[in-house]
Design a protein. Structure first.
Length: 261
């Protein structure tokens, strides 16, 4: 058991002095809103770290057929993304003029290079093939992402759970998975799995909403120009809005109920 540190202070525990040294604006003299930009994105990376930590725990719980502890953590992940959406509102208090005072200093860095968000996507059910471009930009990060892609993720453990519960022999088949999901919603005995489905689609929805708000923020700041680091900016970001980690959960809504409305 770890022994407590005598006379431990708040600042020592949180390493406040070191933390406050991590914001280093590049402009000289410092552009007034560059600090806002740095703090916002550093806090994003801290929240991404927490989401990765919690999704690791969720995957472990579901792998061991422990659903109730997973519910609590999935709710936490959803609430984190609500907070990330709100942080965009704070960032948007910066005007395009203020952003352009330091934007050129960011090149060639780009938010596209956030390996933690990429790792988060893989844990939710994304594919490493989506990030092949990172191999040229950041080969070490790509190797890390490839290693993460070889591990179980939220989608694969969900499919495994469907199979273990005898609801589908081949849940990787999307038609068979859709039938299994519909059976979960139609049978009261499957209430526990139905609750899991609702938590999973909620996480999916919050990530989609964050993507959408992020696209709107970027367009508000730079219009349709290319992003720093050669990224395509808004046109690329708009293509990500169609990403769903559990499309069958969304598709099941269409198949539920009756057509005689």
């Amino acid at each position: 058991m770890t022994k407590p540190i005598p006379h431990l202070t708040y600042s020592q525990y949180l390493k406040v002095e070191e933390l406050l040294e991590l914001q280093a604006p590049l402009t000289t003299p410092s552009a007034p809103d560059e600090l806002l930009f740095i703090i916002t994105h550093q806090s994003y990376e801290l929240w991404f770290k927490l989401v990765i930590h919690e999704l690791d725990r969720v995957i472990q719980h579901l792998n061991n057929d422990r659903l109730f502890p997973a519910f609590h953590l999935l709710e936490r992940v959803s609430e984190v993304f609500k907070n990330l959406i709100h942080q965009l509102d704070i960032l948007e208090t910066m005007t395009p003029v203020a952003f352009n005072q330091f934007r050129s200093q960011l090149n060639p860095a780009s938010g596209f290079q956030s390996w933690q968000f990429r790792e988060l996507e893989l844990m939710a059910g994304g594919h490493t093939s989506d990030y092949s471009k990172l191999a040229a930009v950041e080969p070490e990060w790509y190797a890390r992402l490839k290693a993460r892609g070889d591990k179980p993720n939220l989608r694969t453990v969900f499919l495994s759970l469907i199979k273990k519960r005898g609801l589908a022999q081949h849940p990787e088949n999307r038609d068979e998975l859709l039938k299994a999901i519909l059976s979960i919603y139609e049978q009261p005995i499957q209430d526990e799995l139905q609750t899991l489905c609702e938590f999973l689609i909620r996480v999916d929805e919050q990530i989609i909403l964050w993507r959408f708000r992020h696209v709107q923020m970027v367009e508000r700041m730079i219009g349709m120009k290319h992003g720093t680091g050669g990224s395509l900016g808004v046109p690329y970001l708009e293509t990500t809005l169609k990403k769903k980690f559990f499309p069958e959960l969304w598709q099941a809504r269409t198949a539920m109920g009756t057509d005689s409305y």
